[in-house]
Write a protein that binds this ligand. Sequence first.
Ligand SMILES: [Fe+2]
Length: 321
Amino acid sequence: MPRRRAIPGRSCPPHYGYSPAVFTRPVDLRTRSLFIVGGLYGNPFALETVLALARRENATLVFNGDFNWFDADSVEFQTINETVLKHAALRGNVETEIAGEDEGAGCGCGYPEWVGDAEVERSNRILERLRETARGFLGLRARLHDLPMHLVAQVGGLRIGIAHGDAESLAGWQFSQETLREHPERAQASLAGAGIDVFACTHTCLPVMQDFATPRGRVLIVNNGAAGMPNFRNTHFGLATRIASRPSTDALYGTRLGEMVVEAVPVRYDQEAWLARFDRVWPADSPANLSYRKRIACGPAYDIEQALRIGAPTGALTRAA
Ligand SMILES: [Fe+2]
């Protein structure tokens, strides 16, 4: 059978894939308090905020990919990457694609059918501009190329699987709020062989926290959406995932799992400064402005109530907003 021609931005290169069994390995890091920051998207003000959040409670930071996107300015690109790479980090599709020269993958987002062609085409153009910036930083490019695709952390008694996309692909959409709602059985199947209590992911741009009953017990998938962009209607903050023994007073929502809490914590960056910076790098009619400015200014058409999907009776729910 002839192979279907891959469309840049629509499909994932084969090297993006891995087996859920990779998460059964011994842990890569142990900590008492963990912030997982996905989708910073080159927002330097959100980066300042997450650094301060982690410092306040001496927590470990893991950046799980796509910390680059809007940082096409060379100085910004250098600062963001040098700062993030002082911490544990995974590569997302953005880092993977700007570290190489594979134009056939486009942005590497693996966009599903509900994302329109015009948006996919603009994403490919954003990636091309960012790659041009990255070409000026050979050392950083090599470091991005060498980042892992997944990580296993232990916080208290919990094994945390951290990825950019899902349990099978760097840019997978199985842990998107859309697929978790329409086809939860797909995520359920990939959880079975992973030996993980919490999967923390990002990539799909909207947050969700959903639990599953498995032979291992209650397993949680927590997608933080974006740390560097608003995630809910009429809001101006990003989100990070926090896992610790004590609840945070800042948490928007969360749940208890064993002795630990897993929470969505707002990343309250300087909105005015971020919009001004974004407009300078991506003026009107640029691909990023057309695709993202409205969301950065007003948030997406998505509400907190849609993100929180905790059904298991043992899940002591916390809601602060
Ligand atoms: Fe991504």
